[in-house]
Structure formats: C-alpha cells, structure tokens
Design a protein around this ligand. Structure first.
Ligand code: F6P
Length: 366
C-alpha cells in the first residue's frame, strides 16, 4: 500500500526536469491522494541528515516553463562510493545503508529517480539493497539506451540550431571559418542533428575520429565552389584520429569526472594554421542546458512523470520509463544503463548528412 513517494533529480540539469516533478506531484496527489516528498540535490540529499521538502500542488504551480530543477541536483556525489576525507586522505566509502535508513526514517514507500546513466545506476544498486524505485531518463546528450529520446535533448538541439543560424550571417560577412563547440561527451547527437538543422559544413562527433587533412580539404573544396566561409560543429567529445579527447580538467582533479572542453579551439587553430584562413571559435557550453524547455520536452517530461507514478502503483520497481515510437512504455533499468546510445557511423543520419555534402570528419564516407 503506497502512501508516500519521493522524487529526486540527479546528474547535470536539463530542460524538462520540472515538468516531470510537476506531473509526478499532480498525478500522485490528484488521482491517488499520495504524499510526495522532494529530495534535494540528488542522492546527496539522502547522505547525512536528509534534506527534503514537501511537494504539494501549490509548490509545483507555475514550474512547467522553468528550466533547471526546483529540487537542485548534483553530478558528483555517489553514495555507493562517497568521497570522505580522513587525516588529509580521501577514501571512497559505501554509504548505501545510511541512505536506505534515511529513506525508511522519512516513511517513503518508493522513490522516483530522474537522471542519466550515473543516477540510474546508483538507483538500481540501491533497489537491489532494498529501496523500491523507478527511473526516469534525462540527459541533453540523448546517450541513454532503452528510450528513443530523452527530454532536454530537443531543447538543446533547438538552442544549437539557433546559434548556427546566427553564426552563419557573421561567418558569411567576414569570410571566416566559425567553429562551434557543443556538448556531447560520448555521443554526437546534439552536434549531428543541430548541424543538420543548422546547415553546418563539417560535423565532428566522438563516434567518428576526425582527420584534419580531410576537414581542411572539405573547406577548401567549398572555397573552390565559391563559398568563402564555412561552419564547423564539434561535439566536446570529438577527437582527432591520431589523438584523444581534449580535457579541460582531469578526473583526478575533479572527483573522478573528466571535464571535456577545448576541441573547438584545437580545430579552429589547426584550420587557421594549415589553411591560412581566419577562424573563430564559439563554445556554447551550459547555455545548451539552461532556460525554458521546448514544448516537446515539456510534454515528454510530463508523460514520463505520469508513467513513473503508474509504475509505482503497479509495484513494477526497477523499471525505467521510456519513449518508443510515439508510445510511453517501460524497460528494465539494467538494459538501459549497460551501454550508451551512440550515433551509428554508418547509420541513416550520418548517411543523410554525407549525402547532403556535410563532412563528418572522415576522409572517405563509407
Ligand atoms: O551529460 C550532459 C553534459 O551536458 C555533458 O555533455 C557535459 O560534458 C557535462 O554534462 C558537463 O557537466 P558539468 O559541467 O555540469 O559537470
């Protein structure tokens, strides 16, 4: 018998999180009369003295168009390997028992964990230790398996496409090569789809290590055809065939998480040096994650929230809500987090881009 459920948002924020929170509260309260508790800052809010708040119809009023998450989030603390400093030495400690004790203390019957790969893995591990949960997938990178798409991604593609439209006019006026660096650690979805929508000339993604000679040749070819400017989109995780991903901060300096960044500047410098053309680099960064969600992401987030509450009611724990085709359904979390959803280098999307004359970084299309 369910009386009280909790919801938390973990990992990097993303437009549409508040739509999920609102939908969970509304369907739990209005249709079932349940109590809903919001855990603050992801799983961090269950470590130590719990940080939480009551979520009522009142507290979720007006949040649908708001970006970010009203609950706060964290993409660092993992309670299964929590960094604890003792005598100047940092050890990773398993705090799962303390988290589950907090959960019981608060009288929570089930948890909805909204997050990406990392958060859902933690939630799944806690479920095995006795915490009934369901997962809701989120990431602007769209790199989660088990769902056709995650909310937040559509908004990010819209923002990048608008940036590309704006870069076109200035690139054309100044006869420059503009390089736009966008998010995408392991998967190049944002770069590829916004590059298609925003008519980029070169798109560099982590799935296809790039050949700089070939990139320069493509820009040269455009010039020969009379185009005096070019637009390059580079996912932050893209890297040259002979190199590796460009790091801004290494894992050892950043609680085990590498911070990517700099591939745009690297590519722009190389093009300028090799071709003697003027280049500029723009790093869009967290602008892609902030601000109001698109209608698509508001709707998807709302549908996911409603489905998560249904799964709890049916006692179907360990499941993740998912969009397949036009239908919201559910999958086993294990299947969703065991590998990433990456762009297929010889798939239809890449093929379409190459057929349109967009250069994907490789010397010869397959
Ligand atoms: O996972 C989403 C993402 O936007 C990645 O593309 C990016 O590398 C990461 O988050 C950056 O997160 P933060 O700067 O918040 O640590």
């Amino acid at each position: 018998m369910i009386r009280t459920i909790a919801i938390l948002t973990g990992g990097g924020d993303c437009p549409g999180l508040n739509a999920v929170i609102r939908a969970v509260v509304r369907s739990a309260v209005l249709e079932r009369g349940w109590r809903v508790i919001g855990i603050e800052d992801g799983f961090d809010g269950l470590v130590g003295e719990p940080r939480w708040r009551e979520l009522t119809l009142e507290s979720v009023r007006g949040i649908l168009p708001r970006g970010g998450t009203i609950l706060g989030t964290s993409n660092r603390g993992n309670p299964l390997a929590y960094p604890v400093e003792e005598n100047g030495v940092t050890r990773l400690v398993d705090l799962s028992k303390a988290v589950i004790d907090n959960f019981k203390r608060l009288g929570i019957d089930a948890l909805i964990a909204v997050g990406g790969d990392g958060t859902l893995k933690i939630a799944r591990a806690l479920q095995e230790r006795g915490l009934p949960m369901v997962g809701v997938p989120k990431t602007i990178d769209n790199d989660l398996r088990g769902t056709d798409v995650t909310f937040g991604y559509n908004t990010a593609v819209g923002i990048v496409t608008e940036a590309l439209d704006r870069l076109h006019t200035t690139a054309e006026s100044h006869h420059r090569v503009m390089v736009l660096e966008v998010m995408g650690r392991d998967a190049g979805w944002i770069a590829l789809e916004s590059g298609l929508a925003g008519s980029a000339d070169v798109i560099l993604i982590p799935e296809i290590p790039f050949d700089l000679e070939a990139v320069c040749a493509a820009i040269q070819q455009r010039k020969a055809r009379g185009s005096r400017f070019s637009i390059v989109v580079a996912a932050e995780g893209a890297f040259p065939a002979e190199g590796r991903k460009v790091l801004q901060v290494s894992a050892s300096e950043n609680l085990g998480v590498e911070r990517l960044g700099g591939v745009g500047a690297f590519v722009a410098d190389e093009i300028a040096r090799r071709m003697r053309v003027e280049t500029r680099v723009v790093v869009l960064g967290h602008v892609q994650r902030g601000g109001t969600p698109s209608p698509f992401d508001r709707i998807l987030g709302s549908r996911f929230g409603v489905k998560a509450v249904e799964l709890i009611e049916q006692g179907r724990f360990g499941r993740m809500v998912s969009l397949q085709g036009r239908q919201v359904c559910d999958v086993d979390i294990v299947d969703a987090v065991d590998s990433l959803n990456r762009v297929e280098p010889d798939g239809d999307l890449v093929r379409s881009a190459e057929a349109l004359g967009i250069m994907l970084g490789r010397s010869k299309p397959l």
